[in-house]
Design a protein around this ligand. Structure first.
Ligand code: BTN
Length: 255
């Protein structure tokens, strides 16, 4: 692929570029199983079988950014789940460099919102070793630069829609992300989740507000209090009970 060698990225990352793949997460998994190193990145112009969370399809036409990173931190599977928050912080910083005038906020657990609409998604897939620790984690990220789905569960947007004059090429957004993510990842490696949690809460969308959380088979309604020390969403239910949620889709009563 043209242009990838001209990107300035931190030395931790080893970038491989492809024109089209099924899913960059699957490409990275193949490399991981062959022993690829921590920091291997696969970026593709198009995906023919892009995946979203909960087994959904991630439509991947040329013009948006699609990539996956292989990470091998020495942590438990539960701790590795924190990396979705680390990814969101890197994404928010990277997107902000292109459109500083737009409002960027973070939606639990790992979406970035631009003017209240979804601009990017993160899909974490991990493998445990025999002692239950993380062997590797694949961090798959999609960013809507030129296109966005108009039939998504949650309203979406693109940078093009918000700011026609400064829509970056995928390579430029990838470069910005890898440079923004690197210091957050180092901070997480050094200090754990506590400072990531604080930084994430500073940009959280709807903190303190009424929200709905859609779970398989039920929708909960309550006030978004905080995220706990493991990243679970702390919800004060309308019936007065408290509930900690580890997976679900959040919707806001007002945006
Ligand atoms: C979500 O549902 O919000 C997560 C979407 C993640 C999409 C990215 S695009 C690159 C990587 N490859 C995939 O198949 N999915 C992730």
């Amino acid at each position: 692929m043209k242009g990838s060698s001209s990107l300035t990225i931190p030395p931790f990352f080893d970038l491989q570029s492809r024109d089209e793949v099924g899913s960059t997460n699957d490409e990275v998994r193949l490399l991981a199983e062959q022993g690829a190193q921590d920091g291997t990145v696969v970026w593709a112009l198009r995906q023919s079988a892009g995946r979203g969370r909960h087994g959904r399809t991630w439509t991947s036409p040329e013009g948006n950014l699609y990539f996956s990173i292989l990470l091998r931190p020495s942590v438990s599977i539960a701790e590795a789940a924190n990396l979705s928050f680390v990814a969101s912080l890197g994404l928010a910083d990277a997107i902000r460099t292109f459109i500083p005038e737009c409002k960027i906020s973070l939606k639990w657990p790992n979406d970035v919102l631009l003017e209240g609409r979804k601009i990017s998604g993160v899909l974490l897939e991990s493998k445990a070793n025999n002692s239950g620790k993380l062997e590797y984690l694949i961090m798959g990220i999609g960013v809507n630069l030129q296109h966005y789905p108009d039939d998504a569960r949650y309203p979406a947007t693109s940078i093009l829609e918000q700011n026609k004059d400064n829509t970056p090429k995928p390579g430029k957004m990838l470069e910005a992300f890898l440079n923004s993510f690197d210091p957050w990842y180092k901070l997480w490696n050094k200090e754990g989740f506590a400072s990531i949690r604080t930084a994430w809460l500073d940009q959280a969308h709807g903190l303190g507000d009424k929200i709905y959380v859609r779970l398989p088979g039920e929708t909960l309604s309550g006030r978004f209090v905080t995220i706990d020390q493991d990243g679970a969403l702390d919800l004060d239910l309308d019936n007065g009970n408290q509930r900690l949620i580890t997976a679900g889709d959040v919707f806001f009563a007002s945006s």
